[in-house]
Structure formats: C-alpha cells, structure tokens
Design a protein around this ligand. Structure first.
Ligand code: ARG
Length: 270
C-alpha cells in the first residue's frame, strides 16, 4: 500500500513538472525582456495621426511605421505595429503587453517616470487649426473659445496652459479625427494639435475650409521618442540601431520619403 502511495505521488509530481515545463515553453510573441533576436516585437500605436501613423486599406502606415520597422530590423528583430486606442496603447506598454510604442509620443518628464524612451527622432510643436474665417491669430486668442484636443496628449496640456485645468471649454476627444469632426461641425472653434499632423489634415481636406495658426512663443518645442516599459533592455538596443541609421543615411531616406525634405539633424541633438 505504502509503495503504491509513493509511486502515485512521484507520478503526480512528475506530471506537474511536465505541465509546468510545457507552459514555460509556450512560444510567446511578446516578452518583457525582449532579448531573443529575430523574434517579433509588438509595437503599439494609435493610427489616427497622419503622416506618422494612419490606416490605409486596413494596414497601419506612416513615417513611424517605416521608422520602427527599420530600427527593429537593424537591432535584429521583427516588429508588428498594432493600432490601439491612445490610452490602451499606453496601458499595454506599462503592463508590458507591448514591447514598445511609437505614435508621435512626446517625451516629457511626466511620461519619463513611467516609460523609458529612445533618443528623439522628431522635433514638433503644437499648433492651432481653425476655420478660414476665424479671428484666432495666436494661442492667447484661444481664451474664452471652445478648443478640441486629443485626450491625454500634449495638445490638451497646451490648451490647459492657456485656459487653465478643468476648463469646460476644452473638449477632449479620444482621437484627433473626432476632434476635427467637431471643428467641422462648429462644436469647437479650434483644434490644438501637433504641427505636422495639423498641416497634413488641412492639406488633405481642402473642402473643410481650414487654416493653421502657429505660435512658437506660447507652444513649446517637443521631441518624439520611441517608448518602452521601464527597465526594458530593448531601449538601448533600439537607440544604438537608431544611431546607426542616422549615420548610414537610412533615417534621412525614410524622412525624405514622408516629408519631401532633408531632416535637420541638429534639431535632434538639443
Ligand atoms: N505628441 C502628442 C503627445 O505625445 C500627441 C501624440 C498623438 N499621437 C497619436 N498617434 N495619436 O501627447
């Protein structure tokens, strides 16, 4: 009897070990440490931000997509760029469900507490988009006006700097497409948005009768970086790969493809 009992428990222990081993072996697309070369990393984005990322025939496309694919390749990885909501993208990054995020994400002190960033890959600033007949000429004219922003972005911060926090005149939308729709329908008087994205929207939608208003005095210069979960080993690998692409001209090539001009490399060294 005793012998059988021992046999059964040995058998049970062995089966437990087998099950555990099988679980551990399960092939995972995304892991927190990332370091197995050649594997497919998951990069979160919010693809309503042309020309950096947008959906084209069901595919995520844009400068950021070309850039992250090239940097990942240089670093020895494949990458799958996934379109998610802005908040979901950040939450998935924090919980390490994604290996990285690229979405025209401005690096600021607040975000640096939660994520690690590569060196800057793009310089930007906020701008104002209004209807052509609008009398808004600079950021200070936004006081007492209704402003549309994408929730949780530096556009929201820029608007709050002028109107104050929790101002009911700031309408926060979950993506920039809805903010522009609100402008079209006169639900807001202006949209505050990253300059290149604002310019692109106005250019692509001539029928909406829009114009852009720049204000370098009231809107700060910002830098986009690729974001990683805190402590990810990938940050350094991507940084080194990115530096190689700057040195060998690949970055400039991708830049020219999307922006039709040479990048100002000095601006990224600030
Ligand atoms: N640069 C701004 C920020 O980081 C806006 C980015 C929005 N990006 C996007 N893909 N929707 O807050």
């Amino acid at each position: 009897m005793k012998k059988i009992g021992v046999k059964i428990s040995v058998f049970m222990m062995l089966s437990c070990l087998l099950v555990l081993a099988a679980c551990g072996n399960k092939e995972e697309k995304s892991s927190t440490d990332g370091n197995e070369k050649g594997k497919t990393l998951i990069a979160g984005t919010n693809a309503a931000f042309a020309p950096f990322e947008y959906m084209d025939k069901g595919k995520v496309t844009g400068f950021d997509v070309d850039l992250v694919e090239a940097v990942a390749k240089e670093a020895g990885y494949k990458v799958e760029v996934k379109h998610e909501g802005w908040d979901a993208m950040l939450a998935n990054l924090q919980s390490k469900q994604s290996d990285l995020a690229i979405a025209g994400i401005t690096m600021n002190d607040e975000r640096k507490k939660t994520y690690d960033f590569t060196k800057p890959y793009f310089e930007a600033t906020n701008m104002i988009v209004v209807k052509k007949e609008s009398d808004i000429k600079n950021a200070l004219d936004l006081k007492d006006k209704k402003i549309g922003v994408q929730n949780g972005t530096t556009g929201q911060e820029a608007a709050e700097k002028i109107l104050g926090n929790n101002n009911g005149n700031i309408a926060k939308y979950k993506n920039i497409t809805i903010a522009f729709m609100a402008l079209k329908n006169n639900e807001v008087d202006a949209v505050v948005i990253d300059n290149v994205v604002g310019n692109e929207y106005v250019k692509n939608n001539p029928k909406e009768n829009l114009k852009v208003v720049m204000d370098k005095e009231n809107f700060d210069s910002e830098f986009y970086g690729m974001a990683f979960p805190k402590g990810s080993k990938l940050t350094k690998e991507f940084d080194q790969a990115f530096q190689k692409m700057i040195d060998n001209g690949t970055y400039a090539e991708i830049y020219k493809k999307w922006f039709k001009e040479e990048p100002d490399m000095e601006s990224l060294k600030k």
